[in-house]
Design a protein around this ligand. Sequence first.
Ligand SMILES: Cc1cc2nc3c(=O)[nH]c(=O)nc-3n(C[C@H](O)[C@H](O)[C@H](O)COP(=O)(O)OP(=O)(O)OC[C@H]3O[C@@H](n4cnc5c(N)ncnc54)[C@H](O)[C@@H]3O)c2cc1C
Length: 1060
Amino acid sequence: MLVPRIFQPLHLRLVRAILTPCKQQCEMWGSLRWKHSGIQHYKAVIFDMGGVLLPSPYKVAAEWETWNRVPAGTIKQAIISGGENNAWMSYMRGELSAADFIEAFGKQCSEIAGWPVPVASFLTDLTSGLMTKQLPMMTDAIHCIRDEGLQTAVLSNNFYLHSGESFLPLDRSQFDVVSNKMVEHGVSFPLMTATVIPESDIRERKRESAFLNTLQNNAQVFRCLLFSLQKVSDPAIALKELETLLGFPLQGSVPGTRTVRKAMEIPVEPLKKFLGKVLGISTSEELILRQFSHGQSNPTYYIETGGHKVVLRKKPPGKLLPSAHAVEREYRVLKALGEVGVPVPKVLALCEDSSIIGTSFYLMEYCPGRIYKDPSLPGLDPSQRGDIYTAMNHTLSQIHSVNIKTVGLEDYGKYGNYVQRQVQIWTKQYKATETHTISAMERLIEWLPQHLPTEEKTTLVHGDYRLDNLIFHPEKPEVLAVLDWELSTFGDPISDLAYNCLAHYLPPDFPILRGMNKCNLEELGIPSAEEYFTLYCQNMGIQTIKNWNFYMAFSFFKVAAILQGVYKRSLIGQASSANAEGTGKLAERIADLAWDFAIKEGFRIFKSFPTSNLGMPTRTYSTWTRRLQLPTGPPASVCTTRDYSTSSHLPKGLLIVSPDGLSSHVKDLYHKLEKFMNVHIYPNEQKLRDYQASKNRWTPNPLVEELKERAKLEGLWNLFLPLEADPEIKYGAGLSNLEYAHLCELMGRSLNAPEIFNCSAPDTGNVEVLVRYGTGEQKEQWLKPLLDGKIRSCFAMTEPKVASSDATNIEASITEDGDSYILNAHKWWTTGALDPRCKLCVFMGKTNPDAPQHKQQSMVLVPMDAPGIKIVRPLGVYGFEDPPGGHGELIFENVRVPKKNILLGPGRGFEIAQGRLGPGRIHHCMRLIGYAERSLELMKKRVKSRVAFGKPLAEQGSILMDVANSRIEIEQARLLVLKAAHLMDTIGNKAAAPEIAMIKLVAPNVASRVIDRAVQAFGAAGLCSDYPLAEFFGWARSLRLADGPDEVHRTAVAKMELKR
Ligand SMILES: Cc1cc2nc3c(=O)[nH]c(=O)nc-3n(C[C@H](O)[C@H](O)[C@H](O)COP(=O)(O)OP(=O)(O)OC[C@H]3O[C@@H](n4cnc5c(N)ncnc54)[C@H](O)[C@@H]3O)c2cc1C
């Protein structure tokens, strides 16, 4: 049968709160040197409040009855009679106010006594005087119980006083659980007697808690809960019985000590003799011997004899490594430090004769004071807490300031490389106890040796400097003694400081070392870790500790290695697998914490790379560096005259390689454009990309239309049309190719930008054709709406059936029929053809297949709504359909257009193509520099913020190479773009042909490589549509074909070069 539901909360709370932590802690503490060991049969003692911890109410009642001439036993009877709902029980449950209780209980007593009984004064007696003082013998017993590692709980009966306050006159810190049996659970104990666990089960299971209670009828329920019961009539007798039950004395507690564990017993008679000599006392003096729970690595004992209180510290019994547990060293360091005023216990004698108590030992004075186990210092006020931390800090700096030579400790340890040695030691230790791969540990093992401190100081170090290794003055914030010097040696003082700050980063519920990482330190008055180490620096007169995070990583690494050892031992030992697993998880948690610090340190190192602190001005592009040095005018270093090997023509004007070299008008335009990109384009990119993936993608995006209007209003419109094509600045912004190159690069940084400024292909090329070759009527019909951004256009040259890189192969037929031309063709890769706004197609086909090769082709303007045009399908670039324009496969079947729609005349298609593809193609190159620059920018941001294998990606060698190569290639490509543009402006498109061919080859190749490196650095994210990289890549790659294949350009360059 199960425990009834009504009892479960209390049962679970007590059993969980009392038993579970105790079990875990005992096992861990058993293996760690931080805490005592020893698994008790009993885990907890539970006390009833009234009649056990506080005097019995019946005793008060008896006295009160005598004093008030009330028949003896009246109160007791009133308490007992009436069952659960009588006045007493209701009051105990907090259901009655004090006034109501007095009235109801008085009535009950009056009925029992047979005359009026006013009980107000009884309640006063019950809640004042001795009734509010815990019995001293109980206080002593509680200390003894807790010192043995058992936990304590109190079952109180909280009723409310006249003042409304709950009556609980106990020091709560003595109890792990304070459970209000009446108020919290709404049920009094007698009711719980219904609890049943089969007797057979009870007999088989060990009782782990003892319960001192006053009510006999709780017996059954607590037996069922595996509690040993003690009915308390006389507290002194009850404690004696409890002593027998628990097996240790319940009086004479000394803070931090417990009875000597069996395995740690020492022969008392020889010890007495030794003490007699050292202390000058008789060997017949009684000797109290207790063991300190703390510092179990070297067993430590409390001795009281002949009026002396001393502490004995010895090596553990059994076979030991020669250097381990060297109490002689401890004695030596304590003696030396005591002489120079470092607060340590005063040593009295060293005994290296192991025949006395079995091992070497030393004696020191007992130092009474406060030891704080909880770093958050509960019970103190903020200023006291601050003072305690200040004192701890001061003492640490005192230790680190000790002059090793003066105190005669020159040979106490090795000089230098402490951290390196420690990393090796703990790595070895960890590897020896490794049970499974902890990835953070693996990374740390690699990372720590690579990041060792370069400047290491050597001082005396404590090695285990923690708050609970310090004894403080009972009243003042003063360190009286630093304990546990077993790990002291020469070492790096900062490692002591970092170790001292572990608690700052650990959670308060961390099972072994209590932490305070979630605590409001400011409110508590405790310095933060940063403040603490700053104070240390002040105390030590040092500047700062730059690699603080390294030391924290190292300290936690050490702790993780220790915990892994504990885990391994717990697997070998008897610990239950569940608990062992828990310890294993702790090691992982700490390793992760250590790794977090390693990451922080990685970032610190990275940020300290000398990038901007070499006296260099900050910059965006390396070729633009000089813009900051040159406040006015385009200086020689920015604008150069040319003597270019690739051109036989001398150019006019200057090559402007930086936007700051542009004229003020163009510079303004540039900055306006830059601002527009920042405000309206980049923030909307994801929205625009999302739209292109939505089901509406084949219809124009209203956001694009909105942004187009805005751009038009700001004058950022039709910037592309070159001055040489539009000298009167009738249609465009009147920019030269070179000027536009700077602006076009900026637009190229976002794939969505060119359309918004009405500067996107294929419209730009078609507009230029119309401006150059269109008739007035054609301009009116097509150019105007195109320039207004009202319609879009496409260019149909490429055919699936022929190698279209060689335009002479084009087979489309344009035949005359009266006033019309009849068009028949199968075209594909006609960019923009699917856009519902696409109203014009510039069509290329043969008007005369018998004419000389370059006179066969003509260009005709075809309205997209002409009958016979069929869109077969959109073609995707690596899956990107580029909607709403797309790249269409089209069939032209007997499409009739008026003859006046021919451009320039029959057979002049090549001539136009030359003109069209000059500036248009270099626009792509300009934009490609923008793709590359943006990709590099995104890559840099990413690699600075992402960590792999112990350091930011930016610290990885291959990434550094990739960044460098990208920058170098972009710089080269940009200069060539600018040069080509400049030559087009100055010597004309024809003469600039070598540069145009070169850049058409270089730009998409460079951009492809730069983008590809960025994609690689981004990892898989680089391939998806969360970033523009994937689409950039698609475009850059396709532009190695779309603008003519690389090979064609290369061949052209070679031919021109050979002709020179
Ligand atoms: C995204 C995109 C958009 C496009 N937009 C348009 C558009 O709007 N309108 C339009 O008409 N076309 C457009 N095109 C088509 C583009 O212009 C052609 O793909 C290009 O001209 C190459 O023609 P082709 O595909 O027929 O390749 P082919 O001519 O078949 O060439 C195939 C390969 O042969 C090799 N090759 C060719 N010539 C030489 C040589 N001289 N030496 C050595 N090797 C050589 C190259 O490796 C070349 O890549 C677009 C293409 C893409 C990818």
